[in-house]
Each structure stands twice: as C-alpha cells, then as structure tokens.
Design a protein. Structure first.
Length: 190
C-alpha cells in the first residue's frame, strides 16, 4: 500500500470518528433538552419515566383547558365551541377520565342534560375498564345532578366489580347508607 492510500484511509477513518462524535453530542443535547422540558412539569424527582409520562397529554386535555379559560373570561361562545371539541376528543380517546372532565365542564356551563350524557359514557367506560375510581366518580356526578336511581346503580356496579377488597366494599356501603339517609323527595329539589 502506498503512503498516499494510507493517508486517505486514515483521513477517512478520522472523518468518520469526527462525525460519530458530532452525532453523539447532538443526540445527548436532544436528550438533555427533552429531560429539561419534561422536568419543567415536575416539582421534584429525577425519574425519567415519570417525566415522560407527565409531558404526555391526553387528547381531551387541551380542549378542556380552553373551555375552562373561556368560562373564566365569561366567553360563552368560545366555551361552547371548545366544549364540542373536548367532547369529540374525549369520545375518541375512549377513557372515562375524559368524559368525566367534559361532564364537569357541562355542569359549569349549566348544561345538565349534556353533563348527564357525558357522565353516563364515563360510567360505562369506567365499568368496562374495571375502574372502581371511575365508577365512584360517576356516582358522585349523578348525586350532584340529583339522579338518585343512577347514583344507586353506580354503587351497585362498584360493589360488584371483580377484584375489589374490603376497603372498597366499605366505601360502597358508606355511600349507600348516605344515599339511603336522604328522603326520596329531597332529590328532586337538588
């Protein structure tokens, strides 16, 4: 091999090493920037998994924020438009949490029929997802709406969910006792 070919091979190898260093620095820089952005959402902790989870957002969260902001400004038209977007996003996400959030916004807007519909979807999704918390959230919502029969049905669903323990059964019994303490006629006044 001639000296010229050796220099060309060495120069090529050096060039590849230099590109590798530049690429690794760029990747590390992106990783650090991502950690910084994700970490901005956390108060404490260095857990990268938690940081990535915090930075992810459900599709209904942005429209829900828009509704809340519009309601805070007193802008009913914008709130209505954003609520429809939130409804569509929550419906598409197929999670009970989104429909519960949309139902809560409908209540804030004074739209009880819309709230009831959203909470029914949240209830059925929570039941299908075997979320004890979701079913209880729906129960609270129907209690707020003054719909005692559906609130009681929520508690029966929660009490019959597979895998719940004595603590969860106690919560269901406590809520059933609380609902039984109210006379039926007071539910129409709510």
């Amino acid at each position: 091999m001639t000296a010229r070919k050796i220099w060309i091979v060495l120069a090529g190898a050096l060039w590849l090493c230099l590109l590798g260093v530049i690429a690794s620095v760029a990747v590390e820089r992106l990783r650090v920037d991502h950690k910084r952005l994700a970490g901005a959402h956390l108060e404490d902790g260095d857990d990268i998994g938690a940081q990535v989870a915090v930075s992810a957002e459900w599709p209904w969260e942005a429209p829900v924020r828009l509704v809340s902001e519009a309601l805070a400004r007193g802008d009913r038209a914008s709130a209505e438009w954003a609520w429809r977007n939130a409804w569509g996003a929550a419906l598409g996400a197929r999670r009970w949490e989104g429909m519960a959030a949309v139902g809560g916004l409908a209540l804030q807007m004074g739209e009880s029929p819309r709230a009831r519909e959203a909470y029914l979807v949240a209830l059925f999704r929570a039941r299908d997802q075997r979320s004890f918390t979701g079913v209880l959230r729906a129960q609270e919502a129907f209690e707020t709406l003054g719909d005692r029969p559906v609130a009681l049905q929520c508690l029966h669903i929660a009490g019959s969910m597979p895998g719940i323990g004595a603590v969860e059964q106690g919560i269901v019994r406590e809520r059933l006792d609380r609902l039984a303490a109210f006379p039926h006629s007071s539910w129409n006044a709510r």
